[in-house]
Design a protein around this ligand. Structure first.
Ligand SMILES: *Cc1c(COP(=O)(O)O)cnc(C)c1O
Length: 502
């Protein structure tokens, strides 16, 4: 399988090069020239497989320059019971006859980012060998909270790789910050940036196209790559759980093979939902993909009007991992919607960069809305949803997943669609214990600033256990205290690689 850039369809490279580069030199994003289809027969065969086998089947279609043995090694290292706290890896939970929850938070950092970031380092290690790269890989990550920790866990002490994570100083939850600043590993740095996620993401993206900086990186024996969802290597592993959960729905007797279902995706950078789009395009019977946003609802407006306008006030919400105004992966979706028209996409992205706004043509707009339905929830609605789902089903949702649930209920009201639906649960409620507790109307709560105390209270109310990886943060030493302004990110990275070099 060959890959091209959303800003230049003449590019033609293999997956190992795509994974190594992260982002195309022209500023575009890589994606496959053509997709392989997956027949219903193949899906049926996957029903009896475990998660690893399903993952191998899907990954082999995309990583054609990897041997099946290599893919198997990557998959087995990533999705093991050493890393995930359930044998099923990505289990579904039946909420009621129509709604199923796909729990993607059983990995080491309690958010769905582990699904991709546990395997990306393995893929990158093989990719580095394949392209004969001798330089060290320098991975720069901007995080809205969950990617940072998942990347730190995935890449810690991986030979040949150095990782720098930037997080917005006031944009992450207490648990998310604790997870990152206590991270051990000799090849990692964590830096707090004064600003919001978009500032951090824009800062990182700019480094990737800064000639002088790239030259310096090269002179010091490094090569840049990305672990954000702009890297295609992040997206492929995310296709797997769409197929896998569909198979689990068949296995549970919830659907018959071939029956179309909906997926609801709490969305930020548009990576997760894009993976769902590709699964649908490859033939998985998906009716609608439902794009759920919080009050940073640029995407909701976009799907309604065809105008993308990021010139809005950035709002801090209780679902911080979705506090994003520029959804990078939308670029890939638009490229698909225009039948790979790199000229159109380049122009829109230019307008976005210059004016913060672009408008797509009505033809593109109408194909898009057949596939995706978009909605949003504010914090109050999110909290009410956490509370009502807990009262009705004794099931805890984290705030991101609750946004999805609320938007799904709006969707049903508006469309009367009765298809079976999978709501993607993107984080453990214990990772956001304070906002989850505040949402539940339980009299005995005493609000504390101590996250461990809050987790304990949540345990008592729910009867669930705090995931081990969150519990052990207690008493861990803070080892990362670096800070910088959004204009000083380059200097911060330079200092790190110069020091490592000396
Ligand atoms: C990253 C994240 C999201 C958003 O996913 P995208 O792929 O960026 O759209 C939603 N919820 C949680 C908990 C996340 O960590």
């Amino acid at each position: 399988m060959l890959y091209e850039s959303t800003r230049n369809s003449n590019v033609s490279i293999l997956s190992s090069e795509v994974i190594m580069q992260g982002i195309a030199p022209d500023g575009g994003l890589f994606l496959p020239k053509e997709l392989s289809m997956v027949s219903l027969e193949t899906v049926k065969k996957m029903v009896d497989m475990d998660y690893c086998k399903r993952a191998e089947s899907i990954l082999n279609l995309f990583l054609t320059d990897f041997s099946t043995e290599e893919v198997q090694i990557c998959v087995r290292n990533a999705y093991s019971n050493k890393k995930f706290d359930t044998y099923d890896i990505a289990p579904i939970y039946k909420l009621n006859n129509r709604q199923y929850i796909l729990e993607l938070w059983h990995g080491p950092t309690c958010a769905f980012k582990d699904m991709a970031l546990q395997i990306l380092p393995q893929l990158m290690t093989f990719a580095r060998e394949k392209v004969g790269q001798k330089d060290q890989i320098l991975i720069l990550v901007a995080t809205s909270g969950d990617t940072g920790k998942a990347a730190l866990e995935g890449f810690k002490d991986v030979p040949g790789i150095r990782l720098v994570v930037f997080y917005p100083d006031e944009g992450v939850s207490d648990a998310q910050r604790m997870q990152m600043i206590t991270q051990d590993g000799a090849n990692l740095d964590v830096i707090s940036v004064a600003g919001n996620f978009d500032d951090a993401q824009m800062g990182v993206k700019n480094l990737f196209v800064d000639e002088a900086f790239l030259q310096q990186v090269k002179n010091l024996g490094y090569r840049l790559s990305s672990a954000n969802s702009i890297n295609w290597g992040r997206l492929v592993p995310q296709l797997v759980y769409y197929f896998s959960s569909y198979c689990d729905m068949i296995r549970a007797g919830a659907i018959v093979a071939g029956e179309k279902i909906n997926f609801v995706i709490p969305t930020g950078n548009f990576g997760n939902i894009l993976a769902g789009y590709y699964a649908r395009k490859m033939g998985l019977p998906i009716n609608r993909l439902i794009c759920a946003s919080n009050m940073n609802n640029v995407l909701t407006d976009f799907f309604y009007t065809g105008v993308y306008n990021k010139n809005k006030e950035f709002k801090k919400t209780i679902s911080p991992s979705m506090d994003i105004l520029i959804s990078s992966n939308l670029e890939r979706f638009l490229y698909e919607m225009t039948e790979h028209n790199s000229q159109k996409v380049s122009q829109w992205m230019k307008n976005l960069k210059q004016d913060g706004i672009y408008e797509i043509d009505s033809e593109t707009h109408s194909v898009m809305t057949d596939i995706i339905w978009a909605g949003y929830a504010n914090d109050e609605q999110t909290s009410e949803t956490i509370d009502s789902v807990f009262r009705d089903y004794h099931y805890l949702l984290d705030p991101h997943t609750a946004v999805g649930e609320k938007v799904y209920l709006d969707y049903v009201k508006q469309t009367q669609d009765v298809s079976k639906t999978v709501i993607i649960a993107t984080a453990s409620p214990f990772k956001f214990a304070s906002d989850v507790l505040l949402s539940l109307y339980v009299p005995e709560i005493s609000l504390s600033r101590d996250i461990f105390d809050l987790q304990m209270q949540l345990e008592k109310i729910s009867g669930e256990h705090t995931p081990e990886s969150l519990r052990i943060l207690k008493g861990k030493q803070v080892v990362h205290t670096k800070k910088c302004s959004k204009h000083a990110m380059m200097a911060a990275v330079s200092a790190i690689i110069k020091k490592a070099d000396s």
